[in-house]
Design a protein around this ligand. Structure first.
Ligand SMILES: [Zn+2]
Length: 372
């Protein structure tokens, strides 16, 4: 769920709805905690104006950081979909893995480097004009400077898939030439780092009772789960490589015609073959699908009169995929729609079926000789 806010040289920028709450929370906590400590004895008007302006500046800084990643990626021929801002910052949707360690390292470094430069710009500007400028200007410059410095440092934590972790992975990848092995090693480092964050978080929470510890625990959990996701994504996309749905799907799918009665379907399909469901076709044209669950819902007495066409799930309710789609996209489509199989359709003609099991078997086959 996100809102498009603009486009910069072909890269769409989107806001996840969770962002609005976090934006308000950041503006609120700047106005009530940070600013009153840094600039005591100001009006609440001052705190709220600068609080909101600072929160905006933080998010513009995040967009700049993500744009830097995206520009380098584009420059090196990697597809960028969009940049989405959500509660933990920004994510540039990069569709594929880098093709070589250098690309990966440049791409990863671009973000923190940009944040460092922007930070330096604001802090230098402040040291020149800050002393004579109104407090509002000074407060905003100082905050923007430190926010960018924070972004640079936070993202350089060597935990995959954060920027620092990507640089770490690129270095190992460059050394051993094996992306999966490099990702595993980066992922192990991330686990250690996430445990350190959580450990310090709990220590902090119990020793001082300060809620700052919760943030550390939260960051630890975030690093831990995203490094696992990053690792499995890498393994899957490496294992499936350039394979298409066509390479993996089962052709010659057993189908049924819409005018067959439910009783006949039970006797001649479900009792004979061991599939959970059958695509319904009329001369190869896909009309729908019928599963054993659909059949169970039909009253015993009506099974001779009801037909497959009456009971089936219709074509427009089905999730399908084209034969030349990437195999990894099929897996993604399955998990996004929470289904275990996709019908493979070309020009509305059913040409095969691909299941989660098929994909997993392929991944296992292709990774079993991978050194761990
Ligand atoms: Zn980054």
């Amino acid at each position: 769920m996100s809102l498009k806010i603009g486009k910069i040289s072909g890269i769409e920028i989107k806001l996840n709805y969770s962002w609005f709450f976090v934006f308000l929370f950041i503006a609120w906590s700047l106005s009530n905690n940070y600013l009153p400590t840094q600039y005591p004895d100001k009006t609440s008007n001052f705190y709220y104006t600068i609080g909101i302006a600072s929160a905006l500046s933080l998010y513009i800084s995040i967009i700049l950081h993500e744009l830097a990643h995206s520009f380098v990626a584009k420059n090196r021929g990697i597809d960028i979909n969009n940049i989405t801002l959500h509660f933990f910052g920004g994510v540039a949707q990069i569709n594929e893995e880098s093709s070589d360690p250098k690309t990966e390292a440049y791409m990863a470094l671009a973000g923190p480097l940009t944040s460092f430069i922007v930070s330096g710009f604001f802090l230098l500007l402040n040291s020149f004009i800050g002393p004579n400028a109104p407090d509002t200007v000074e407060a905003l410059l100082v905050y923007s400077g430190y926010a960018n410095l924070g972004l640079a440092l936070f993202n350089m934590i060597p935990a995959f898939p954060m920027d620092g972790g990507r640089v770490y992975r690129a270095i190992i990848w460059n050394r051993n030439g094996n992306l999966i092995k490099a990702t595993r090693s980066a992922s192990t480092a991330s686990n250690i780092i996430s445990l350190l964050f959580m450990g310090f978080g709990f220590f902090n929470l119990f020793s001082s009772g300060s809620f700052d510890g919760l943030w550390l625990i939260f960051i630890g959990l975030f690093i831990n789960s995203s490094s696992k996701v990053g690792l499995s994504q890498t393994i899957i996309s490496e294992a499936l490589g350039e394979m298409n749905v066509n390479d993996i799907m089962t052709k010659n799918v057993k189908t049924v015609e819409p005018d067959v009665s439910i009783q006949r379907l039970i006797d001649e399909w479900f009792s004979v073959y061991k599939h959970q469901g059958y695509p319904v076709t009329d001369e190869d044209r896909l009309l729908g699908i019928i599963t054993n669950e659909d059949v169970r819902k039909v009253d015993q007495s009506k099974r001779t009169v009801s037909t497959v066409g009456d009971v089936m799930k219709k074509r427009d309710e089905l999730v399908t995929i084209e034969p030349d789609a990437k195999a990894s996209d099929a897996l993604m489509k399955m998990s996004m729609n929470d289904v275990g199989r996709l019908l493979v359709v070309e020009n509305n003609i059913l040409i095969g079926i691909i299941t989660r099991g098929d994909l997993i078997k392929t991944i296992q086959m292709r990774t079993q000789f991978e050194p761990s």
